[in-house]
Ligand binder design. Structure first.
Ligand code: TPP
Ligand code: MG
Length: 191
């Protein structure tokens, strides 16, 4: 539901940045063809600076020569671990710098569920796997957003998510979507 809604509400004049996460795989397997500009970091340090990358993409779009690239919204789709890992990049507008417009959509499943697909998940002790691989954490995403002066919305239904994506009155917002880690599906109602 999350990746479908995000893809559907992103248009050729928008930009999408997708973090290293279970979600990029869901998106890759579900999204139909569409002329969108999508950015992603790859490599061993794939989750380093994910928010900074998205801010850079947003910033470049606001200062580009092409008028068309200045329109629309930049969105980041990111998991909870990668979001927390790069939380300090939320510190913008200090020292008179420009403030890019960005919507950050955090799929929060309480840890790194991308690792559930590794072979070790079938053989490791469940407690050890949780501690070492999934590294689940209880983190207050709203408090993080608030601490850095970003707006915050929590979307637990598809309509709430679509409304949050469409409402562009807040230039910098974190939209948290709670996900069910066990099922690999959302907690949300399909209303
Ligand atoms: C610097 C760095 N450390 C570790 C990794 C391995 N890694 C890939 S995705 C990921 C985080 C996955 O958790 P989350 O962001 O919550 O996404 P989820 O898979 O749960 O959707 C990590 C740690 C990496 N890519 N880069
Ligand atoms: Mg996660």
């Amino acid at each position: 539901m999350l990746v479908d809604a995000l893809w559907r509400h992103t248009w050729p004049h928008d930009r999408l940045v997708v973090a290293a996460s279970r979600l990029i795989r869901d998106l890759d397997s579900r999204a139909p063809g569409k002329r969108l500009r999508v950015h992603a970091n790859r490599g061993l340090a794939g989750i380093d600076g994910t928010i900074a990358t998205a801010l850079g993409v947003a910033d470049a779009s606001q200062h580009g020569d092409e008028l068309s690239s200045r329109a629309g919204m930049t969105r980041l789709l990111v998991g909870d671990l990668a979001f927390v890992h790069d939380a300090s990049s939320l510190l913008v507008m200090q020292g008179g710098e420009d403030a890019p417009r960005l919507q950050i959509v955090v799929g929060n499943d309480g840890g790194g569920t991308i690792f559930d697909g590794l072979e070790v998940a079938d053989t490791a002790d469940a407690t050890a796997f949780e501690r070492v691989m999934r590294t689940g954490r209880e983190v207050n995403i709203e408090a993080i957003a608030d601490a850095f002066g970003w707006g915050y919305r929590r979307a637990t239904t598809r309509s709430q998510l679509e409304e949050a994506l469409t409402d562009q009155t807040s230039p910098r917002i974190v939209i948290e979507v709670p996900l069910d880690a066990e099922q690999g599906e959302t907690d949300v109602d399909t209303e």
